[in-house]
Write a protein that binds this ligand. Structure first.
Ligand code: AP5
Length: 218
């Protein structure tokens, strides 16, 4: 499956991408996770990206497009991928189409997670992420077994710098201006699958799999 997860900040893209990656056996490609790792490691990409991320702005297209283009050429993406947080602008969507065309491939589906702003704020304010493996938790909705420790790898859980209320508001504005227009673009291409994002992660996963035409038990 070659697919994109689209939706506002905090709509559950990362959570669904991890569940889908296990279920479908293809990698999650999260530009947010790749950029945060680059910031942590202090690479040239991370140094350039940090200021944009801290302000809730988009990292310039040319930086992000190059990292996705390189990532999709790796062998583990040969059987498909789940893009999480990319594309976010029309220019990124066009670059993705070009990159896939060069490889003789095309997108198969774009899942759009619909969640209202109040729920977004509730979800983001309680989010905790593993600094080692990137697993995502919520202090109320999806708590780890041991406080502050990742169930999967035992890594430390932390709150993202860009999850402060002011920055979340900026991210929502940036989403509406730059990313929301992609919904109509993908609808016109016949790729869009709209899914209601409320309910538990497993309930949402069931809806996503149905929208993709994948049986839950297969
Ligand atoms: P990125 O990391 O992509 O952030 P985002 O799109 O704002 O999305 P989030 O990670 O905040 O949320 P999500 O939808 O993944 O939700 P999650 O599953 O975590 O990007 C960060 C920054 O990087 C950007 O601002 C930008 O600067 C830069 N960047 C990244 N990609 C870029 C690009 N392509 N171009 C330019 N710049 C780029 O869930 C949220 C919380 O809710 C969690 O606590 C989770 O446990 C909980 N939750 C999830 N599902 C449910 C549910 N069903 N019920 C209850 N709780 C739930």
């Amino acid at each position: 499956m070659r697919m994109v997860l689209l939706g506002p900040p905090g709509s559950g893209k990362g959570t669904q991408a991890q569940l889908l990656a296990q279920r479908l056996g293809v990698p999650q490609v999260s530009t947010g996770d790749i950029l945060r790792a680059a910031v942590r490691e202090g690479t040239p990409l991370g140094l350039r990206a940090k200021g944009y991320m801290d302000r809730g702005e988009l990292v310039p297209d040319e930086l992000v497009v190059e990292l996705v283009r390189e990532r999709l050429q790796r062998p583990d993406c040969a059987g498909g991928f789940i893009l999480d947080g990319f594309p976010r602008t029309v220019a990124q969507a066009e670059a993705l189409e070009d990159a896939l065309r060069e490889q003789g491939r095309a997108l198969q589906a774009v899942v759009y997670l619909r969640v209202d702003d109040q729920e977004v704020v509730r979800r983001i304010s309680g989010r905790r992420s593993c600094e080692r493996c990137g697993a995502v938790y919520h202090v109320l909705y999806d708590p780890p077994r041991e406080d502050g420790r990742c169930d999967r790898c035992g890594g430390r859980l932390y709150q993202r710098d860009d999850d402060r209320e002011e920055t979340v508001r900026a991210r929502l504005r940036v989403y509406e201006a730059n990313t929301a227009p992609l919904v109509e673009r993908y609808r016109a291409q016949g790729l869009l699958r709209e899914v209601a994002g409320q309910g538990t992660p497993q309930e949402v996963l069931g809806r996503v799999l149905r929208a993709l035409g994948v049986s839950r038990d297969a």
